[in-house]
Design a protein around this ligand. Structure first.
Ligand SMILES: Nc1ncnc2c1ncn2[C@@H]1O[C@H](COP(=O)(O)OP(=O)(O)O)[C@@H](O)[C@H]1O
Ligand SMILES: [Mg+2]
Length: 159
């Protein structure tokens, strides 16, 4: 597991872009953390790192949005369990199969029905308003094979 500390929203965007440098087709990244933790902010930076030109906005009410970049980016918010089925119905798995990278904002619901291979990203608030603690945990062989690269790319934020 890799732990990282960011000191501002922009710092979190830069961390997201650094993680995106390792992204490959079919990746799934699960983002967990309370409302306001920084899941959407991280996704904005990740999208920038993938070369997405459009503004990335919270998918809270639309559940899923897609963007064009070096790889297609699919961004969804599944903070309630019934959203998961809706996102599956909207074709999340097919998009991932078609070489997209999916970032899934996730509340505390469990992760049934999502690929076994994923990068788990937990974000926690700290005592300082503008600081966030990240835990990056590769799950499955696809991300475990990139753990050294991930460590190198995120070195500057490691704590
Ligand atoms: N280090 C930080 N990383 C991310 N967001 C931060 C940080 N410090 C302050 N913030 C603020 O916290 C909020 C995070 O919101 P958002 O990314 O929408 O969270 P979530 O998607 O997890 O609900 C934003 O208002 C952002 O400006
Ligand atoms: Mg959000």
């Amino acid at each position: 597991m890799i732990t990282a500390l960011t000191k501002s929203a922009d710092d979190t965007r830069e961390l997201g872009a650094a993680v995106a440098s390792l992204a490959s087709a079919g990746d799934v990244i699960l983002l967990s953390g309370d409302l306001g933790a920084g899941k959407t902010t991280f996704t904005q930076g990740f999208g920038r790192g993938l070369g997405v030109q459009d503004d990335i906005v919270s998918p809270t009410f639309t559940l899923m949005r897609s963007y064009e970049g070096r790889l297609p980016l699919v961004h969804c918010d599944v903070y309630r369990l019934d959203h998961l089925q809706e996102v599956i119905d909207l074709g999340l798995a097919e998009m991932v199969d078609d070489d997209a990278v999916a970032l899934v904002e996730w509340g505390d619901v469990a992760a049934p029905g999502l690929p076994a291979d994923h990068l788990e990203t937990r974000i926690e608030l700290t005592e300082s308003d503008d600081e966030r603690r990240f835990e990056l945990r590769p799950v499955g062989s696809s991300w475990l094979g990139r753990v050294d690269g991930l460590r190198a790319a995120t070195e500057r934020w490691q704590s």
